[in-house]
Design a protein around this ligand. Structure first.
Ligand SMILES: C[S@@+](CC[C@H](N)C(=O)[O-])C[C@H]1O[C@@H](n2cnc3c(N)ncnc32)[C@H](O)[C@@H]1O
Length: 256
């Protein structure tokens, strides 16, 4: 393994906290047990800087590598960054792959998830007010200052990282992003998936990657519905690839 890959591998394990403790395994155990381990690993500890599992970081790695190798124009964007881990990884990749111009955009309220309308989105509203999200997960609120500090910990805070603070519906439509090579949606809820898609999909270059972290989170979100409706309305039939039980991605214009 060359030094660049070794660095990214260590960074991935550090960001996920799996350099210190085993990753909570979702498959093969009761959901209550998994949730207990999940809360303990990611939320009782301050050191994991992402709650995205290793397989999904590998998927980010794959998409960014392929986009750059194929000369796909544009920046790297994540909508929903929590403690910043995936965007930290994206910024590190640009250095390792020798890119000197692209930027990483980190969009978030930096005050957690918005409260879903209980009439339109009853499952999401119940989860939002439930004992997990409103309890130990603190509705996933992490301040901008804390996320910047996390970037600085890895010496990756510079002018090529751009923070968009506010609700997606307000910040994304006029965000000064020109082209996008990789767009990663991780806002959990229906509107938090739909709003970035509507605002940014046309800026995704042909051959660029669209990643959806929460497509399979049907127990508590309508993320899948937001994606399916958008694909239907826009006539998108690019094949969807499964990363794990929840996360999926497709390549705009189809696979190459
Ligand atoms: C599951 S977390 C993201 C996890 C992150 N990608 C990581 O690396 O760990 C979801 C994030 O989306 C943000 N979010 C959700 N809906 C939003 C919206 N409509 N506008 C702004 N931020 C939103 C929350 O504040 C939270 O930080």
């Amino acid at each position: 393994m060359d030094a660049g890959r070794r660095y990214l591998d260590l960074l991935k394990r550090t960001l996920t906290g799996t350099v210190y403790a085993a990753e909570p395994a979702r498959a093969g155990q009761p959901v209550e047990k998994y949730l207990e381990q999940f809360i303990h690993h990611y939320f009782a500890n301050a050191y994991p800087h992402t709650c995205v599992p290793l397989a999904r970081i590998d998927n980010v790695d794959h998409c960014v590598r392929a986009a750059l190798a194929d000369g796909i124009e544009g920046d790297l964007v994540e909508t929903g960054v929590w403690r910043g881990g995936v965007t930290i990884y994206m910024r590190a990749m640009l250095d390792v792959l020798g890119d000197e111009h692209r930027r990483v955009w980190a969009a978030d309220s930096f005050e957690g998830l918005p409260r879903p309308d209980p009439t339109l989105y009853p499952k999401e509203a119940a989860a939002h007010d439930g004992p997990l999200l409103s309890g130990p997960l603190n509705n996933l609120a992490v301040s901008l200052e804390d996320v910047k500090a996390n970037f600085a910990t890895y010496d990756l805070l510079d002018e090529r990282v751009v923070f968009l603070k506010g609700w997606f519906k307000d910040t994304l439509p006029d965000a000064p992003i020109e082209r996008i090579a990789v767009l990663r949606l991780d806002g959990d809820y229906y509107e938090s998936t739909r709003d970035p898609l509507v605002a940014l999909y046309d800026k995704l270059s042909d051959g660029g990657f669209l990643i959806v972290d929460d497509y399979g989170e049907d127990d508590w979100t309508y993320c899948r519905q937001a994606i399916d409706e958008f694909r239907g309305a826009r006539g998108i039939d690019d094949p969807i690839h499964v990363v794990d039980g929840q996360c999926v991605y497709w390549r705009k214009g189809g696979d190459r």
